[in-house]
Ligand binder design. Sequence first.
Ligand SMILES: [Zn+2]
Length: 128
Amino acid sequence: MQISDAILELLRRCLLVAGCREVCGVLLEGADGKQEFFRLNNFAVENHRFTTADFEFRRARRYAEHRGLRRIAFIHSHLRGTLMSLDDERFFLKDTIPWVIVTLEADRLIWRAFEDRPQATRGHSSTT
Ligand SMILES: [Zn+2]
C-alpha cells in the first residue's frame, strides 16, 4: 500500500482541522497513479467515532466510476493509535478493499494499512 505525499499531507491537515472528530473517506487512484482522497461525511453524534452511510459509499463509487478511478482503500482516523477497535474489525471483515487507520502524533501523521483478511471457510477441507 502506497499513499502519496500529497495525500498524506492532505490527511494531516484534515485531522488537524477535525480536532476530536474522526475523518473518514476513500482513497482513489487513477491509471496515471495520481491519488485522490474522497472524504465521506461522518454522521456520528459523539466524537471519537465514525458513522457513515451507504449513500455516502455510493457517492464515492459514482465519483470514482465517472473519473475512471480505482478504490484503493477505506481510510479513517483515530484520536489515538492505529489499532482497530472491535467495531472496526467487524466492518473490515465485511469489506473488500484494504483499510488504513491514520492518527496524529505531535502533528505528525502516522498510518497503518490493513490488507489481509482471513480466508472465509467454505467447507472445502480436504480430508483424505
Ligand atoms: Zn476505528
